[in-house]
Design a protein around this ligand. Structure first.
Ligand code: ZN
Length: 356
């Protein structure tokens, strides 16, 4: 148990009134998208005539295949190889790589050491900066661009996310004594699948939330004194991931009446009840195809940025997106660490922070 997190969780109740209209939603992109341009030194040369170009380029592409992210030629200037690769002289290096005599002669005239971008651009803004050094190749990633400039959500999606941010505050202030609160949403309807607070235990809110989602799938391993909503017989969706105290609050709050509540039942169980065949849709994601499994396809909204343990639990449970309001001292998504930027993990969620 991490004492720091516990202290975080016990910070004073969130009493300020918040105005959701002023919220922005910012994608927390990995450092690859934000980092400054790294440069590398390379040997280049200026050819005497354009007639030499074809032979030179053909041979370089075959025998010194560097600089996939850059154009190899600019006017009559040619990139030969990274300067670091040359251990003795350029001529010896070219001979070592079996460059033919006439190409070698062309490359060894008018040699310069210049600086060029060391890696490819992920975003247009990086590409534009890099191109000032040397012409670059660029394959725009429309989705990454939209995350960066904030155009990835429709107005109604944005409005829903903001409502969830507001609900986090309300539940924390009015029900959970200012402690951390988490909401899990199936974004397809959208509908609230599970809600969790820190409760009276030492477990973190996210760990409870994952367990409450499991309850909606007829699982859930943790014992607690929390009372949950009981489903009506033959229900088509389940409210069993919702603690009664949060459910009652939502039911009495006039601002929450139009919110959908409940999770799709695990598919097998549902089909046993309804005897319907599974409809295959090749364009659907796993949640659409196979039904609820862990948090696959679900969004998680958190009042506070999760710690490393909780962030890892959300990786294991295959969450689609995480939205959080407040940074935490030991937060693992932007403050201390960027867990979702670790390439070696076998699942990656997207992370968004509400900004005021
Ligand atoms: Zn935690």
């Amino acid at each position: 148990m991490d004492n720091n997190e516990n202290k975080d969780n016990l910070c004073p109740p969130a009493t300020k009134k918040i105005k959701i209209d002023n919220f922005g939603i910012k994608a927390i992109l990995s450092d690859d998208y934000k980092k400054d341009i790294e440069l590398m030194q390379v040997h280049s040369c200026q050819l005497e005539s354009k007639q030499q170009l074809q032979a030179v380029i053909k041979e370089l592409a075959l025998k010194l295949p560097h600089f996939q992210h850059l154009k190899r030629v600019h006017d009559r200037n040619v990139l030969i190889c990274p300067s670091d690769d040359i251990k003795e002289s350029l001529e010896q290096h070219l001979k070592l790589h079996q460059i033919s005599d006439n190409v070698l002669e062309a490359l060894c005239r008018n040699v310069n050491v210049i600086e060029v971008p060391a890696s490819s651009a992920k975003l247009r803004v990086q590409y534009e900066k890099m191109s000032k050094y040397w012409p670059c190749k660029f394959h725009p990633d429309k989705y990454a661009e939209s995350l960066q400039n904030g155009s990835n959500f429709t107005d109604s999606q944005r409005a829903y996310h903001k409502r969830m941010a507001e609900l986090l505050w309300k539940l924390s202030t009015d029900v959970s004594k200012g402690q951390n609160v988490g909401i899990c949403v199936d974004p397809r309807r959208p509908s609230i699948v599970a809600i969790a607070g820190d409760g009276n235990s030492h477990q973190h809110c996210v760990m409870w939330l994952v367990d409450h989602v499991a309850r909606s799938q007829r699982g859930g391993a943790w014992q607690s004194d929390v009372e949950f909503v009981k489903d009506e017989p033959h229900t088509k969706s389940t409210l069993s991931g919702l603690p009664q105290i949060f459910y009652d609050y939502l039911k009495q709050d006039t601002a929450c009446q139009d919110l959908n509540l409940g999770a799709e039942l695990p598919r097998r169980e549902e089909h046993q009840q309804q005897s319907e065949p599974v409809v295959e849709d090749i364009h659907a994601d796993n949640l659409c195809k196979y039904g609820p499994y862990l948090c696959t396809g679900y969004d998680v909204y958190l009042l506070r940025e999760p710690c490393l343990m909780c962030s890892m639990a959300l990786v294991h449970s295959r969450v689609k997106r995480i939205f959080f309001l407040e940074q935490s001292e030991n937060g693992a998504l932007t403050s201390k660490f960027q867990l979702h930027a670790v390439k070696e993990l076998n699942h990656h969620y997207e992370v968004f922070q509400f900004t005021m």
